[in-house]
Design a protein around this ligand. Structure first.
Ligand code: NOJ
Ligand code: CA
Length: 569
């Protein structure tokens, strides 16, 4: 028993990066990115400024006051580079420019300056595993076997039967190899054939990509979201997969993902962002299957990716309090004190209200998901429109919408990429032209203008949670305290600052009313003070033993016991 308490106390100290007991040095303040709210913008769908139906950088600039009023610390812009759009920007044809459809470098400069004036940092999406097949580097590489750029990509001779060198599959389906008829060799692509993998074993590639990073940092970026980080190296023995259909999923095969050399490259990228005078960061997209794998992505000395996304949290498929408790406890106790990066939605996955909503309680569920992500320790990601409870575009609407010059291919991720819902005006205020993707039919009844005017809206709930996260030391930087709710459908935890003050968060993950009886404090329980935020509002909440409506949230402030009895801190 004592051992458990000790282990817990150590985990807490680690979680706060506190000096060992007895040492006088106070903990250094956490860097901005370790508790930030980072808002993901898919620029194509956020705000069109010139009526061509495609969102652009000037559109984002025009909405910075909106982002400021919501309270976000940073925005992550998905790719806006010149691109043939085989994968909507994740096939980059020029790493140091802006696609004409999104604007110009001057527009970028204006955006980043205006964002800084509002205290908002901007992260650039850095697609490092592959370029576009239309990038001049690849065009040179494929021009002949002796071209100096040949080795910037991954080439192999055909198998003896003339087929692909291995039987590996691409993450987007089909062989991971495409034959280049001119040179008679195959090139490797873990994604589309239009996305050839760069060869990170070649030092010229490493240097060129470091230069790309320096380019954007000099132009005001505060760091990068790193795309598809596990795939930079392949097993040099090029083994055949005994059965591509079984074993690890295609993105997590031992021969195509997470190879040891990856760590060296990530340390190199980290060295570059660490040179930023005002604290830049790396936000990583890193497929993993276990918490141990995730811990490794931070680097053995926390000198690799600052913020690897926790796909174990976002991947929970049903609202189940026990599953969430396990994932959240792991994120706080098994990442060696590094900040967890929690999120539910992004441009690759069905929106959280669609995925986890039940069609009856979708609004309270959206509030619960927001409360959980925004009151936990670490960094929270919010995908544009989640603050309105946007849902996926109906598939039949998409099927009935013809392709167009601005949407040359249909993508199975189109449902979660619909235009931001600003107003009840035509096209939801997103564009004065024809939107590249249809606006969601719900936009007339659910949009920024309506929700801002309604103090009880989901938008105001997000804003209040973000403000709590900024203003309350326990929620911003405090320790995570795992608790027992006494009820399998209720999740409870606390956040506690160094003085012992904190907040208790209780979440009912069921469609029935539930009572909770909180236990699990180390030492005597603290003294509940008052309810800070609740959904739904209750006229006379029970703060000691909460009774919660279906999918309700109760966030209660507490004070330390003054009688000297032991609290976790
Ligand atoms: C991950 C990105 O999020 C996704 O949108 C893209 O298709 C792949 N990486 C390939 O770059
Ligand atoms: Ca436009």
């Amino acid at each position: 028993m004592e051992k458990t308490v000790l282990r817990f106390a150590l985990a807490l100290a680690g979680a706060l990066l506190l000096p060992a007991a007895g040492m006088a040095k106070p903990a250094a303040p956490a860097p901005w990115w370790a508790h930030a709210v980072i808002y993901e913008i898919y620029p194509r769908s956020f705000q069109d400024s010139n009526g061509d139906g495609v969102g652009d950088l000037n559109g984002v600039t025009a909405r910075l006051d909106y982002l400021k009023s919501l309270g976000v610390d940073a925005i992550w812009l998905t790719p806006f580079y010149p691109s043939p759009n085989a994968d909507f920007g994740y096939d980059v044809a020029d790493y140091t420019n802006v696609a004409p459809e999104y604007g110009t470098l001057a527009d970028w400069d204006r955006l980043v300056t205006a964002a800084r004036q509002r205290g908002i940092r901007v992260l650039v999406d850095f697609v490092l595993n592959h370029s576009s097949s239309e990038h001049p580097w690849f065009k040179a590489a494929r021009s002949s076997r002796t071209d100096p750029k040949r080795d910037w990509y991954v080439w192999r001779d055909p198998a003896p039967d003339g087929g692909p060198p291995t039987n590996w599959q691409s993450i987007f389906g089909g062989s991971a190899w495409t034959l280049d008829p001119t040179s008679g060799q195959y090139y490797y692509h873990v994604f589309l054939p239009q996305q050839p993998d760069l060869n990170w074993r070649n030092p010229h590639v490493v240097r060129a990509m470091h230069d790309v990073m320096r380019f954007w940092l000099r132009r005001g970026a505060s760091g990068f979201r790193l795309d598809a980080t596990p795939y930079l190296f392949e097993d040099p023995a090029w083994p055949q997969d005994p059965d591509p259909a079984t074993g690890a999923p295609v993105g997590l095969k031992p021969y195509n993902s997470g190879l040891p050399d990856n760590h060296r490259i990530m340390r190199g990228l980290r060295t570059i962002v660490d040179q930023c005078p005002d604290g830049c960061t790396l936000l990583g997209e890193n497929a993993i299957s276990t918490i141990q794998d995730l811990a490794k992505v931070y680097g053995a000395r926390h000198d690799e990716i600052n913020l690897p996304m926790n796909f174990l949290y976002s991947g929970v498929k049903t609202l189940d309090a026990q599953t969430f408790k396990a994932r959240i406890d792991d994120a706080h106790t098994r990442l060696n004190g590094a900040p967890p990066v929690l999120f539910f939605s992004n441009h690759d996955t069905s929106r959280q209200a669609t995925r986890l909503g039940d069609g009856v309680h979708t609004d309270p569920i959206a509030r619960l998901l927001a409360a959980m992500t925004l009151t936990l320790r670490g960094t929270a990601l919010v995908y544009y429109g989640e603050e309105l409870g946007m849902t996926d575009l109906p598939k039949d609407l998409l099927a009935a919408t013809p392709l167009s010059p601005t949407r040359k291919v249909a993508d199975n991720r189109d449902p979660e990429r619909s235009p931001m819902q600003w107003t009840a005006a035509p096209n939801a205020g997103f564009t004065s032209g024809a939107p590249w993707l249809p606006v969601h039919p719900a936009a007339a009844g659910s949009n920024v203008a309506l929700q801002q005017a309604d103090p009880g809206s989901l938008w105001h709930w997000y804003r209040s949670l973000i403000a709590l996260r900024h203003d309350n030391a326990a929620v911003r930087d405090g320790a995570y305290v795992p608790l027992d709710s006494g009820n399998p459908t209720v999740l409870a935890y606390a956040r506690q600052d160094a003085s012992g003050h904190g907040v208790l968060v209780v979440l009912n993950m069921s469609d029935a009313p539930q009572a909770a009886r909180i236990s699990g404090w180390v030492g005597a329980a603290p003294v509940p003070a008052h309810v800070m935020l609740a959904s739904p509002l209750q006229p006379a909440p029970n703060i000691a033993d909460p009774v919660l409506a279906p999918f309700a949230v109760q966030i209660t402030a507490f004070n330390p016991r003054l009688d000297g009895s032991l609290n976790p801190r």
